[in-house]
Each structure stands twice: as C-alpha cells, then as structure tokens.
Design a protein around this ligand. Sequence first.
Ligand code: AQP
Length: 332
Amino acid sequence: RPRVFSGIQPTADSFHLGNYLGALRHWVALQDSHDAFYCVVDLHAITAGHEPKVLKQRSRVAAAQLFALGLDPERSTLFVQSQVPEHPQLAWVLGCITGFGEASRMTQFKDKSQKQGSDRASVGLFTYPILQAADILLYQANAVPVGEDQRQHLELSRDLAQRFNSLFGPTFTVPAPHIVKDTAKITDLQDPTAKMSKSSSSPAGIIDLLEEPARSAKKIRSAVTDTGREIVFDAEGKPGISNLLTIYSALSGRGIDELVAAYDGKGYGDLKKDLAEVVRDFVTPIQERTRGYLDDPAQLDKLLAHGAEKARAVASATLRTAYERVGFFPPV
Ligand code: AQP
C-alpha cells in the first residue's frame, strides 16, 4: 500500500472548516487506501510563541478531534511529534543541505514574520519548512494531503529528498502533494479573497468545528456576500457566495450545480439559513465524540503513546539509513 503522511499544528482550541475541508477529510478518506501516518506537530507549534500548559491541552484537543472525525487508531497511526525525536534529528541534516536563499523564498515565513515584526520572528519559524520536510521524509510518504497554502513547502520537501538522494545515495521517497482542488482554499467569511486562517482571520471570519452551532449560524448570516442577488458559482466575480457554496457542497455531498439549481430564484438569506443547518448537523456528533475522548485523558494519552511507538519504528529505520549515508555513527 502507498504511504501517506500529514501533520497539523495544535495552535488553536479547535480546528476550523478550512483545515477540515482542505486537509482533514482527506486524512480520513486516505486511511482506506493508504498506509497512513498523521501527526499533531507540536514542535511546529512553538515557532511563534506559546504557553506550555495550553500547548499540551491543545495537542490533546487536536488528537481528540482527529479521532472524532474518523481516524481509526487501528488503521492509521496518529501521534504527537514531540514523542518521536527522529523528527528534529533528521531536520538538522536536511537544514545543512538547504540554501539560505532557498529557505528565504518561503512565502509563509515572509507573511508570518512580517506580521510579527521581522526582528521578533524566531529562527524556528524560518526553519519550519525544513522540519516539515523531515516529518514527511522520515515516513517515506508517497502522498501528502494538504491545502493549497502548503504547496510551496511541499515543493521544498521534494527538492530536499531529491538533493539528499543525489548527494548521498537513494534514501528518501519523493513525496507528491495531494491537493483536492475544489476545497483547497476555503476563504474567510469576512474577507472572501483571503484564506480562512486561525492566525490572521478575525473570529467572525472562521467557523470552528468545536464552537456552538448557534455561533456558527450567526457568522454565516453575517458572511460578506457579493453584489447582485443571484446564487451562482463564480470564484472570481462572486467569491463570497462561491465560498459558501463550496462549504455547503463539501459538507452535504450535493454537487455545486445541484445546489445552484435548487436555489434558483431564492435569495442569499435562504442559502445561509440552510448552510447553518448543514454545519450544525455536521459538527454536533463530532463535538460529542471529541468530548468523549477528552473526558478520559489517560486513555487518550495511551492511544497517542501507542501511535508514537508505531511511528518510531518507521522513523528510526529511516534515520539510521540517512545517518549511515551521511557518514555519522548509527544512533545507539
Ligand atoms: N483556509 C484553508 N483552506 C483549505 N485548507 C486549509 N488549511 C489551513 N487553512 C486552510 C490546511 O489545514 C492544514 C493544517 O495546517 P496547519 O497546521 O499549518 O494549520 P495552519 O496553517 O496553522 O492553519 P491556518 O488556519 O492556516 O493557520 P495559519 O494561517 O496561522 O497558518 C494544512 O494542510 C493546510 O493546508
């Protein structure tokens, strides 16, 4: 079976619909066809400042949501990154074959460091994509399900795999992005030209999986829509209504064309009201299951420790080969 790897940061109290539609629903689907490794990337989560107690709790909440969304600990391997020390070990080696200019071209670093003030941005934020490459390459992943915003980082992972292989001998599988076009970029409800983002959207622009459905309904009601009254899909000309249609279609399984036909002659208000119900029906069982996992943190930690053991078995074998190729002594 082909291998799949992906990670998500525990940097908020809930995942949002962009995370789910752009990435996480594919994580769940791919466990049927792939040998799946998924990671709560807490090492990445300290690149922009954090609180220790909050971080650990957020990692648990992240894992609980992933299980609640349908990740099956029997069929896929879910683990927390800090429990597998091979990640930063390989990242060091990859950092030494990454050009400074190459790393400087990463647009996510440029955006995030600009927001923080470039003097305050950490070196960890700068080297983030190199750690991400290590995450992926350790598992010899063939495919990496992510949203469009991660395309450039994935390109770097591919370049580093190829470079290492040609410098030191065949070691890593070159991973391909798995980006499903229709939902690759869910946009901010208040600014439908920007991506829905936990760090840069306002709370009114994001729908969190764990928020009260009544709160989501209010946000959907006040979502920025476009001039005109017609419900049609036109991502360029009508980005607001198109974003709502994308979310509606992905959560309900009804095609965009079918929705457009069904709302022919109706107004934006009707669509928003119905979408709020679709969101409520989707999140309610997920919220219940998430609470179930969080009610028993000892059991949750046990599931994660089991995942980390399975992950380490693969990661340590890859690291051993990489160390040997580079001319290091093997880890003892
Ligand atoms: N708006 C989005 N549409 C589609 N996919 C998205 N992803 C994130 N936002 C959207 C995908 O979610 C996964 C998790 O990525 P992450 O852990 O890097 O989360 P993130 O990037 O911190 O989430 P945000 O909200 O995008 O935060 P900011 O803006 O702070 O970086 C990834 O696969 C990502 O593509």
